[in-house]
Design a protein around this ligand. Sequence first.
Ligand SMILES: Cc1cc2nc3c(=O)[nH]c(=O)nc-3n(C[C@H](O)[C@H](O)[C@H](O)COP(=O)(O)OP(=O)(O)OC[C@H]3O[C@@H](n4cnc5c(N)ncnc54)[C@H](O)[C@@H]3O)c2cc1C
Length: 483
Amino acid sequence: MTSTSPRPALVWFRDDLRLSDHPALAAAASTGRPLLCVYVLDEVSEGMRPHGGASRWWLAQSLRSLQRSLSAAGTDLVLRRGAAAAIITELAQHSSAAAVYFNDVATVPARAVVAELNDRLAALGITTHSHLGDLLAAPELIRGKDGRGPKVFTPFWKRLLALGAPPQPLAAPSQVSAAPAPASDQLDSWALQPTTPDWAGGLRDCWQPGEQGAQRALQQFLDQAIAGYASDRDRPDRDATSRLSPHLRFGEISPRQIWHAARFAAAAQPAISADVDKFLSELGWRDFCRQLLFDQPALTTQNLQTSFDRFPWRDDEAALRAWQRGLTGYPIVDAGMRELWQTGTMHNRVRMVVASFLVKHLLIDWRHGEQWFWDTLVDADPGSNPGNWQWVAGCGADAAPYFRVFNPILQGEKFDPNGDYVRRFVPELARLPAAIIHQPWTATPLELASAGVTLGKNYPAPIVDHRLGRERALAAYATVRKN
Ligand SMILES: Cc1cc2nc3c(=O)[nH]c(=O)nc-3n(C[C@H](O)[C@H](O)[C@H](O)COP(=O)(O)OP(=O)(O)OC[C@H]3O[C@@H](n4cnc5c(N)ncnc54)[C@H](O)[C@@H]3O)c2cc1C
C-alpha cells in the first residue's frame, strides 16, 4: 500500500454469511474506505465448539456463495483458520486497517474472543465497531433483577415483543472498493466436505445454501405455506414450515429480515395474521435458546436442573446405534432418524418424538442424542440444539413435564395420518395400509406378507415395548422428584 492510498476497513464475517442486512458491512462500506473482508474458521479459541459433519458441508457451500457475492460486489473474501483474535489483529496490522467492523455473536466464548481482539487492536491504535448481532434482541435487553434472562419462554417472548419491532433491515452495499487482499487459504484445503465416502448427495439434493437460497426459501414459504402454518406446522407429511433454520444458523438471512417480511405479508393479507404470529414466536424460540446459552455456557454438557445430575441413565450401545440408524422398530422414529441422515434435517414434531424416545423409552442420556444431532443436522445450533434436548429430557428451562412420554404410535397416527412421511423414509414399509403402518407388529401375517414385510428380517420388531418403556421411564423420573 502506498502512503497516499486510504487505509482500509476490515470486515470480519462470522455467523453472518450474507451481504444484505449486514450492519457491520453496511457501516464499513459507508465510510467509503476500501474493504478487506475476512472469514476465520475458529475452532481453537476457548469454548468454541467445532462444527459437526453436516454443518461443515453447509459452511463450505455458504462460504463459496459469499465469495461469489462479494466478488460480484467488487471485493474478495480472505479465508483464514485459527484463533480469530490473533488472526484479525495480524491482518488489520499488515493491511494498515483504520478500523475493524463485525456483528456481535452473543455467546460467552465469542464475546471473550472479541474482548481479546479489542485489547490487541487498542494497543495498535485500531478502532473496533461491534454491531447488532444475529438475534431479534441482544440478551442484555431482556434481563431480570438477578441479571439473568427469563427461564420460561412465554415471559421471555412477552418481554421481547414489548421492545417493539426490530430495526428495519439494511440493503446490501451495491458496489464496494477492494483493499489489496493478503494471501487467503484455499477453501478446499479446509476439507470441510466429505470425500471418502461422499455422503452429502442427499444434502445437495435438498438444499441451496447461501444468501440467495435463504431469500428464496423465505419467499417460497410466505407465498405458499404460511397460510395454515399454525395448524400444519406439526405435520411432517406436509411442506408446512419455512426450512429456514440452516440459513439462520449461518446468518445467510437475519431474523429481522424474516420478521419484517412476515409482518409485511400479514399486512397485505390479514387472514394469515395468526399464522404469522405463530411463526414469529417460533423464531422467538431461537432467541430464547441463545439466551439460555448466554446464561449457561455449559448448556451442552450440564443439566440446567441439577436434580438430574444423578439420573439413572442406561448404558446401551446397541440401542443407541439402532436409534441412530433408524432401526428401532417404531416407524415414526425410524423415519425421522433416516430423514436426518439423508437430508441433514428433521421435522420439528419428529425431533421431539425421537428425542423423547431416546431419553424416555431407552433411558439414554440426552447428551448422546444432542451430540448425534450436532454431527448430522445442517442447522446444528449451539443454543437451540442443547436447549431443545434439555427441554425434551425434562432437565431444562421451561421443560416438558416429566410424565409426558410421547407415545410413538399415537404421535405417528396423529401427525402422519396416512403414513406418507413413513413411506417416504422407510420404504420397506411403503406398501402397508395407513391403519397399521405406525404399528406393523399388529398386522396379520397376510397383511405383512402382501406388503412384503418380514418383521425381524427386512424391518425390526420394536426394540422396547412401548408400555414397559413408559413405565420404566416414569420410575426413573420418580427418582429425580425424590432428589
Ligand atoms: C431435540 C431437538 C433439537 C433441535 N435442534 C435444533 C438445532 O440444532 N438448530 C435449530 O435451528 N433448531 C433446532 N430445533 C428446533 C426445530 O426443530 C427447528 O428449528 C425446526 O425444525 C427448523 O425447521 P424450520 O426452519 O422449517 O422451522 P419453522 O417452523 O419454519 O420455524 C422458523 C424458525 O424458528 C426457529 N425455531 C422453530 N422452532 C424452534 C425451537 N423449538 N427452538 C429453537 N428455534 C426454533 C428456527 O430458527 C426456525 O427456522 C430442535 C428441536 C428439537 C426438539
